[in-house]
Write a protein that binds this ligand. Structure first.
Ligand code: DLZ
Length: 171
């Protein structure tokens, strides 16, 4: 079988995040996993791209279903002030249970986040894991025992800086 690089290859451009203002909205559902993802994103932005810790605003909501509304409200509020957010990351963890909740919430949240992004003109990174079981969620937050574990918050932090910088250029 032909091999390929799974996931995203690094950009050839260098991004300076030192003047970016970033909003992270995360859930309190599945909090230990969410916390690791938030840490992965924030540490990546500050250590790799010089995003200032004081320019990262962190807000929480109950569950993933609330993420699009919160992101929309906070973007609106920031536009009324002088300091806009250049980029937003919505972080949550949905784990499939025995009912249809997972499917409905995942569909609504992914559509909602895209809508907020296109309507507001502010890039919103889709940092929502949609996992079939606990092990998948732990592995994708860099937790647990599996060798293949990887904290996806790192990728979301990188994506946020790239989109925030590009959005400043393109606006
Ligand atoms: C209700 C619910 C369920 C069953 N599972 C999750 C989940 O795995 N992850 C998550 O972030 N939120 C979950 N929620 C809560 C909903 O997202 C939402 O907070 C409630 O339905 C209230 O609107």
């Amino acid at each position: 079988m032909t091999s390929f690089t799974k996931g995203v290859i690094p950009s050839t451009e260098k991004f300076d995040g030192s003047s970016l203002r970033v909003l992270i909205v995360h859930t309190r559902w599945n909090y230990e996993i969410v916390e690791a993802l938030v840490r992965g994103a924030t540490e990546t932005m500050t250590s790799e791209y010089n995003v200032k810790a004081e320019n990262i605003s962190i807000q929480s909501v109950s569950g993933s279903y609330e993420l699009p509304f919160a992101a929309q409200s906070l973007i609106k509020a920031s536009k009324m002030g002088t300091q806009w957010f250049n980029v937003v990351i919505c972080i949550g963890v949905l784990i499939k249970g025995s009912t249809m909740h997972f499917e409905y919430i995942a569909e609504a949240v992914s559509q909602g986040i895209m809508r907020v992004s296109l309507d507001s003109g502010v890039p919103v990174v889709f940092g929502v894991l949609t996992c079939l079981n606990d092990e998948q969620a732990l592995e994708r937050a860099g937790l647990g025992d599996r060798e293949s574990k990887h904290n996806h918050g790192i990728d979301w932090g990188r994506c946020a800086v790239e989109m925030g910088v590009k959005n400043c250029k393109w606006m």
